[in-house]
Design a protein around this ligand. Structure first.
Ligand code: F6P
Length: 348
C-alpha cells in the first residue's frame, strides 16, 4: 500500500515529529510513503517526494515542516476533487494522512464523504480543534509566549509601564489564557469574552492605587472590543489586512496597539504593545509536542492498518483515540469558561 502525507495550514512545532512517526510506523508495516508538498496543493499539482528512513532522519527536533505548507482549499479549485483523485490513482496512492487544523481537516472530512481514503492528525498552535484535548504545537507556543511575558514583566516594572502582549488566537483564546495564567498577567483578553476598555483601564488604575505602577495585559489577536457604537455581544475584529485566504479568513493583528493607545490615553500610564506573531509558531518543539506528535503519527499509521478511514487521532486524557473527522471539524473548541474563571481570580 502507498500512503501520501501532507501538512496544511499554518505550520506548528511538532509537524516533523508527526511526519517522521507516520513514515517510521508505515515502513514497519511494509507500506510505501510519499510526502506531498505544500498541503493539498501538492496533491493537486502532483508534487511529491518519496519518504524514506533517510529523508525523515534528523528532523524530530526541527520546527516547521519538511513538506512545506499552504492554505489551499481543494473545494475552491475548479475540478479540485477530480484532479486529486486522478493524481492519487496515477501514482498508486491509496490513502492520505492529512496533518492540519480545522481547515485542512475540514477538507479531509469532505473528501472522505467523496470517497477518498483519508485519516487526520490534529495540528494547530491555537488548540481550537474539537474532539481532542490538545493539538500539538500549542505547548510550544504557550512556552514562547510565557517566556516573552516573563521578560516583558521586568521591563514593564522598571519603567512603570503598561505592556500589552498580543498573542495568536483567531477565534479562541487558548494561548492567551494559558500563557497569561503561567506568566501572571493582570488581565487576559480573549475572543470568547468581548471586553470594555473601561474595565481594562479600571484594572490598571486599581493596581496603581495599591502601589503596582506597571501592568501586563495579554490579548489574543481575535479579541473584540465593545464600543459605544458597537455594543453587541460580539464586538468587532481588528484587522491587519482585508485580504482573505482560500478558506475565507481575513488577516488579524493590531488589536494590541489599539488597546495600548487607548490605555495610555485613558489612564495616563505610558503603554507599549508587543506583538509576538509568528515567533510563536517557529522554532524547535517542546518535548511534550514532540511526544504528542509522535504518538499521533504512529496512531495514524495504525488507523490505516485497521482500515479506519475518515478518522482523526485525538488525545483524550492520556490516551490516543480515534474520533470522526466530522466531529473534530464541525465546530471550533473555544475556551472552557471554568478556566477563564480561574484566570479572572488574578486580574487586577
Ligand atoms: O496557526 C493558526 C494561526 O496561528 C492563527 O492564530 C493566526 O491568525 C494565523 O495562524 C496566522 O497565520 P498566517 O500568517 O500564516 O496566515
Amino acid at each position: 500500500m502507498k500512503i501520501g502525507v501532507l501538512t496544511g495550514g499554518g505550520d506548528a512545532p511538532g509537524l516533523n515529529a508527526v511526519i517522521r512517526a507516520v513514515v517510521r510506523k508505515a515502513l514497519k508495516l511494509n507500506y510505501e510513503v510519499v510526502g506531498y508538498k505544500k498541503g493539498w496543493k501538492g496533491v493537486l499539482d502532483n508534487d511529491f517526494e518519496k519518504l524514506t528512513l533517510e529523508t525523515v532522519s534528523g528532523i524530530l527536533h526541527r520546527g516547521g515542516t519538511i513538506l512545506g505548507s499552504s492554505r489551499t482549499n481543494v473545494y475552491k479549485v475548479e475540478n479540485g476533487v477530480e484532479t486529486l483523485k486522478k493524481n492519487m490513482k496515477a501514482e498508486g496512492v491509496e490513502v492520505l494522512v492529512a496533518i492540519g487544523g480545522e481547515d485542512t481537516l475540514g477538507v479531509a472530512s469532505k473528501l472522505h464523504k467523496d470517497g477518498v481514503k483519508v485519516v487526520g492528525v490534529p495540528k494547530t498552535i491555537d488548540n481550537d480543534l474539537s474532539a481532542t484535548d490538545f493539538t500539538f504545537g500549542f505547548d510550544t507556543a504557550v512556552g514562547v509566549a510565557t517566556e516573552a511575558i516573563d521578560r516583558l514583566h521586568t521591563t514593564a516594572e522598571s519603567h512603570n509601564r503598561v505592556i500589552v502582549v498580543e498573542v495568536m488566537g483567531r477565534h479562541a483564546g487558548w494561548i492567551a489564557l494559558y500563557s497569561g495564567l503561567a506568566g501572571g498577567a493582570d488581565v487576559i483578553l480573549t475572543p470568547e469574552q468581548p471586553f470594555n476598555m473601561e474595565d481594562v483601564c479600571e484594572v490598571v488604575k486599581s493596581r496603581a492605587a495599591r502601589g503596582k505602577t506597571f501592568s501586563i495585559i495579554v490579548i489574543a489577536e481575535g479579541a473584540k472590543i465593545k464600543t459605544e457604537e458597537n455594543t453587541d455581544k460580539d464586538g468587532s475584529f481588528v484587522l491587519s489586512s482585508l485580504k482573505k485566504d482560500s478558506f475565507g479568513h481575513v488577516r488579524l493583528g493590531g488589536i494590541g496597539n489599539v488597546v495600548a493607545e487607548e490605555i495610555e490615553e485613558r489612564t495616563g500610564f505610558e503603554t507599549r504593545a508587543t506583538v509576538l506573531g509568528h515567533i510563536q509558531r517557529g522554532g524547535t518543539p517542546t518535548a511534550f509536542d514532540r511526544v504528542l506528535g509522535t504518538r499521533f503519527g504512529v496512531f495514524a499509521a495504525e488507523l490505516i492498518q485497521r482500515g479506519e478511514f475518515g478518522k482523526m487521532a485525538a488525545l483524550k486524557g492520556n490516551d490516543i483515540v480515534a474520533v470522526d473527522l466530522e466531529e473534530a471539524t464541525g465546530k471550533l473548541k473555544t475556551l472552557d469558561p471554568k478556566l477563564y474563571d480561574v484566570a479572572e481570580t488574578f486580574f487586577g
